[in-house]
Ligand binder design. Sequence first.
Ligand SMILES: CC(C)(COP(=O)(O)OP(=O)(O)OC[C@H]1O[C@@H](n2cnc3c(N)ncnc32)[C@H](O)[C@@H]1OP(=O)(O)O)[C@@H](O)C(=O)NCCC(=O)NCCS
Length: 152
Amino acid sequence: MTTMTDKETAALALRAPANAAEWQQVHGLRRRALFDDNPAYNENHPDDRNSDHRLLGLFLDGELIGTLRADLTHPVWAALRLVAVDPARRGLGYGVTMMQMAETFIKEKGWRQVRLHAKPDAIGFYKRCGYHLITWDEQARTPDCIDLGKHL
Ligand SMILES: CC(C)(COP(=O)(O)OP(=O)(O)OC[C@H]1O[C@@H](n2cnc3c(N)ncnc32)[C@H](O)[C@@H]1OP(=O)(O)O)[C@@H](O)C(=O)NCCC(=O)NCCS
């Protein structure tokens, strides 16, 4: 399997989209990877506008590789949501790297616990990232999700 080079890894940045074009890249990736091109996807969803919810893109020289949102609203746990890697870049280690960078970001903000609702297809990926089954009273928006967590 071809994987990221050290040079690519060093050039990766997990950050907020910097301009309208980068926001469009994020919305496009979410539509394709997570919403099945459903026209109901809302680019102005209030959950993305909450200042405690950090929508982040994994960028390589300005090109979007992946995206996720870190919700820092609960005092004890942070939630990772809407995790996706560009289909053309999957299987190369970007997903694991993006999760590690997100966890560093969350830890630097002062949180020590991360939770997420995992789609069944992605459970293997999250286990590879060190997540384990948890009990969580927050209801997932999509059915069949499994609740996973990790201590940082
Ligand atoms: C899940 C996703 C983010 C993984 O990103 P990725 O860049 O392909 O992941 P990586 O290349 O970093 O994979 C790392 C490891 O996880 C494994 N892995 C990746 N996807 C997996 C899956 N669906 N099931 C089991 N293992 C998986 C890889 O085999 C690899 O293991 P290895 O290092 O032992 O070879 C990506 O497949 C994706 O965007 N899927 C569609 C959206 C989605 O389902 N998001 C999750 C919503 S909860």
